[in-house]
Design a protein around this ligand. Structure first.
Ligand SMILES: NC(=O)c1ccc[n+]([C@@H]2O[C@H](COP(=O)([O-])OP(=O)(O)OC[C@H]3O[C@@H](n4cnc5c(N)ncnc54)[C@H](OP(=O)(O)O)[C@@H]3O)[C@@H](O)[C@H]2O)c1
Length: 263
């Protein structure tokens, strides 16, 4: 198993490429010779990245500005890519944001928007591009989940539940399609230095800085994992050990600990 071989008629579609982990995943894919279609809302940032990637690596880099909460815009992505004469060999579902705080005090509309970006958009894009990969017996998907999806997460309940959905979906679909030469890799980082939590006082800020990773390291671990056809990638030794220990902890104790730590 490996990432598909770069082909001028094919691209890697990367959502949430305007910053953080998505930007670094796009950079790592371009460095490996893959053309990219960059998707997010902030078009100017995408254009600057596309210019950088095509001049540094000589790959085709296209920009599609799209709000992934908008079902019409999201639904048009497949046609817009086909109109460019391109097919999607690699799909990276990365776009996201995370709400923190007590669920019963949260903004209900924001909770729904979070689901749209973290659950609906990956489902729609996976369903749109996976059949072609299976038919060609070649393709790779990277779904950016999180260690937040490995257990219920008090004080980020909606975010943790959404990431659990993506993680479960990824693992099950990986099991379905790997015999067709297609892999689905769930990337599960712990805390990463990005813009994700800049906008609010999020409980993740309580995690010691020594456990945080930089987005380029996280992206490289994801791409190396995808090259090896891995089902789940958890970057960083201490986070990997921590999540393994958490899996051995009784659920009631785990919830009590997490609720205290994140309060
Ligand atoms: N940072 C962490 O600690 C961490 C840990 C585990 C998992 N993750 C996951 O990693 C992924 C990337 O996050 P990041 O940490 O790199 O944060 P980031 O720098 O804030 O990047 C988030 C990306 O998602 C895009 N996005 C958000 N809402 C969107 C929408 N409605 N439509 C289209 N694009 C949208 C943003 O672009 P625009 O604003 O331009 O639209 C941006 O490119 C997320 O799924 C996140 O849950 C992050």
């Amino acid at each position: 198993m490996s990432l598909p071989v770069p082909d001028p008629r094919a691209i890697a579609l990367v959502t949430g490429a305007s910053s953080g982990i998505g930007e670094e995943l796009a950079r790592g894919l371009a460095q490996r010779g893959h053309g990219v279609v960059l998707v997010a809302r902030r078009q100017e940032r995408l254009k600057a990245l596309a210019a950088e990637l095509s001049s540094a690596y000589g790959v085709r880099a296209e920009v599609i500005a799209c709000d992934l909460t908008d079902s019409d815009g999201r639904g048009e992505l497949a046609d817009r890519i086909a109109d460019l004469g391109l097919r999607v060999d690699i799909l990276v579902n990365n776009a996201g944001f995370g709400l923190g705080g007590l669920f019963h005090r949260s903004d209900p509309e924001a909770q729904v928007m979070q689901l749209r970006v973290l659950c609906e958009a990956p489902v729609v894009l996976l369903r749109a591009f996976l059949p072609g990969m299976v038919e060609r017996r070649s393709g790779a998907v990277i779904n950016v989940a999180s260690t937040a999806g490995m257990q219920p997460l008090p004080n980020s309940a909606g975010y943790g539940a959404a990431k659990a959905h993506l993680l479960s979906l990824s693992e099950a679909v990986h099991a379905e399609v790997k015999r067709f030469g297609v892999t689905v890799t769930a990337l599960c980082p712990g805390p990463v230095f990005t813009e994700l939590f800049n906008r609010q006082d999020h409980p993740v800020e309580r995690v010691p800085r020594s456990l945080w990773l930089h987005p380029d390291k996280v992206a490289e671990a994801a791409l190396k994992g995808a090259e090896r056809g891995k089902r789940v990638v958890i970057p960083g030794g201490p986070i990997r050990v921590g999540s393994a220990l958490m899996r051995l902890t009784p659920r009631a104790l785990e919830l009590r600990l997490l609720e205290r730590m994140s309060r």
